[in-house]
Design a protein around this ligand. Structure first.
Ligand code: PAN
Ligand code: ZN
Length: 183
């Protein structure tokens, strides 16, 4: 296909806003119904916003976006993104954290799980085949920039049905990663 024109976007590291910012997706707790162990009190509360850089979603391009994940909990569980496998399973991704703190939970289809710290300056590599979810364990928005192969796509269904093998809860001494009682 014909070359695209080179371009740049400006990223506000504190808010995740882009300039220009044509494609913004808002997720409320209502969109996470059934994802937490406890019931959601207020489905209208905002959970996260995704700001996408607009390029054709093809295998020769790199898609990128910022995610701004609010602090908060449902029961003992910290707010998280839905999480997904890529529709094309082997497509990899990089998450660069810009502000806040959290955990990146990754799981293979067989249930093997790896959890990595997210904080400003850390670039997490998510290899293909690993489902991924970010969790805000802090008190400020968790903001990260994601770059992924353009045709990766999303498979949300597997996670929506089974969840992740682990949950991240507030324990006596801070965040704790525990087995998911419903997995
Ligand atoms: C990210 C995620 C974003 C929102 O851009 O899509 O953080 O999480 P969910 O898509 O799980 O709701 C990414 O991993 N893209 O592939
Ligand atoms: Zn992804």
């Amino acid at each position: 296909s014909a070359p695209l024109e080179p371009f740049a976007v400006t990223i506000d590291f504190a808010t995740g806003a882009l300039v220009p910012d044509p494609d913004v997706l808002d997720r409320r707790l209502a969109d996470l119904d059934g994802y937490f162990v406890a019931d959601i009190d207020d489905p209208g509360v905002g959970a996260y916003t995704v700001h996408e850089v607009r390029v054709p979603p093809t295998g020769n391009n790199l898609l990128s976006s910022t995610t701004v994940l609010a602090p908060g909990k449902v029961g003992d569980e910290y707010f998280f993104t839905k999480g997904h496998f890529h529709a094309i399973r082997d497509r990899a991704e990089i998450y660069l954290t810009l502000s806040g703190e959290g955990l990146l939970v990754m799981a293979l289809e067989d249930g093997r799980t790896v959890t990595k710290e997210m904080r400003p300056g850390i670039a997490n590599y998510v290899p293909g085949h690993w489902a991924h979810r970010s969790v805000n364990t802090g008190t400020t928005p968790l903001v990260f920039y994601a770059v992924y192969i353009g045709d990766a796509g999303y498979d949300y269904a597997t996670i929506a049905e089974r969840g992740f093998p682990v949950i991240v809860v507030e324990g006596e001494e801070g965040p704790e990663v525990r087995p998911n009682p419903r997995y």
